[in-house]
Design a protein around this ligand. Structure first.
Ligand code: NDP
Length: 345
């Protein structure tokens, strides 16, 4: 059985869906209440592969909210993640994806030190960040959506915001090894980590966001930001492809400009309907029966292939070979990257 540990986008989002999740008493409660709420299994899921194989899974709502990071409620945030992991394990789940901020909190606050939660001895090998599949899917989106827009990669400048992160560094590795992108712009705050990536790649320009954006034909957004940022569309190239892989989204509002094309990043579409209620309730996707986060799909793929190991774990260790491996599983079972419905140009 596979598991998905998820959370909602904001307190407002949580309050609006609490009723439908089966917790009407949470609907008018503030952040304090969510800080003390325990994890819950809120859905049972069935997925059928295009091979005909069927698997079952569970969705664990951790009750974490990004406002807990924004208001420095670190203890509450870390408790949410570790308790959700123990909850998944207690319910006999073999492989569980840590969605959205869950893996970032796990890494940033060294939760691997916590091995025991009450009577549950945590088995970290039964969890995956899902980041290898996410990075693979984002790279497919760069390659295929660029084609839809008529952007030639061999003449394009690609900026990666969050380049030194787990997903960002993997995206840079793939673009460097597997495509002929003309230029790579590396963006994040910590310069040392960016320099280490630049040395590993043997290329890439380290720039701040304001300098990088006007130069980029394609921007990959994979920064871990609790709140999105506002961008002035006038300063961008036209056309400009923006792939927003952040969760919550890195772009605060959808940019309304005819030359700027925004694609939800790290999202896959399954070839068959998935039997679940949760995606409809949380309203993350346009087509909730088929679309999902690539990190969630990674735990499904590992369940289909009976690979019960933490396929994606730690930080900045995702290789192009592992991206190939998960990509092959993804195609085999009928997942494909989300693209523009009709070529917009
Ligand atoms: P990491 O924490 O490993 O990396 C985050 C990166 O963002 C780092 O390079 C960090 O560098 C940078 N960053 C953080 N804040 C800022 C900022 N204000 N400006 C510029 N750069 C910034 O995260 P992951 O790689 O694991 O995840 C990246 C994003 O992808 C997250 O939003 C996550 O929620 C999302 N995600 C999406 C999934 C999907 O299925 N679609 C699955 C999993 C994650 P520095 O701190 O030096 O600035």
């Amino acid at each position: 059985m596979f598991g998905l540990i998820g959370h909602l986008n904001s307190l407002e989002h949580a309050q609006s869906v609490a009723q439908e999740l089966g917790y009407p008493e949470y609907a008018d409660q503030g952040l304090d209440f969510w800080c003390s709420a325990p994890p819950q299994i809120v859905d049972d899921i069935k997925v059928t592969s295009v091979t005909g194989q069927q698997i079952e899974g569970k969705y664990v709502e951790s009750c974490f909210l990004p406002e807990m990071l924004a208001t420095r409620r670190i203890k509450a945030a870390t408790r949410k993640i570790i308790n959700a992991m123990a909850h998944a394990q207690k319910h006999g789940i073999d492989i569980t994806a840590l969605g959205g901020f869950s893996s970032i909190i796990f890494e940033n606050f060294n939760l691997q030190q916590i091995k025991q939660v009450r009577n549950v001895q945590l088995k970290f090998e039964q969890f995956t960040t899902g980041n290898t599949h996410t990075a693979y899917i984002i790279c497919q989106q760069v390659e295929q959506a660029a084609k839809q827009l008529g952007i030639d990669l061999n003449r394009a400048t690609v900026a990666v915001c969050g380049a030194s992160g787990d997903i960002g560094s993997a995206v840079c590795r793939w673009l460097n090894a597997r495509t002929d992108v003309a230029d790579l712009l590396l963006i994040a705050r910590n310069q040392e980590r960016l320099q280490a990536l630049q040395a590993e790649l043997g290329r890439g320009k380290i720039l701040d966001l304001e300098t990088a954006l006007p130069q980029a034909d394609i921007v990959v957004w994979v920064a871990s930001m609790p709140k999105g940022i506002e961008i002035d569309a006038q300063m961008l190239k036209h056309p400009c492809l923006m792939i927003d892989g952040g969760y919550p989204k890195n772009l605060a509002t959808k940019i309304q400009h005819p030359g700027v094309y925004i694609l939800n990043g790290g999202i896959v579409e399954h070839s068959l309907d998935i039997d679940w209620k949760i995606m409809k309730i949380v309203n993350f996707m346009d087509v909730p029966a088929r679309q999902l986060f690539a990190c969630f799909a990674e735990s499904m793929l590992l369940e289909f292939e009976k690979v019960y190991t933490n396929f994606s774990w730690g930080r900045n260790q995702i290789t192009v070979a592992k991206m190939d491996q998960i990509g092959q599983m993804s195609r085999k079972h009928g997942f494909r990257p989300l693209l523009f419905e009709n070529s917009p140009v």
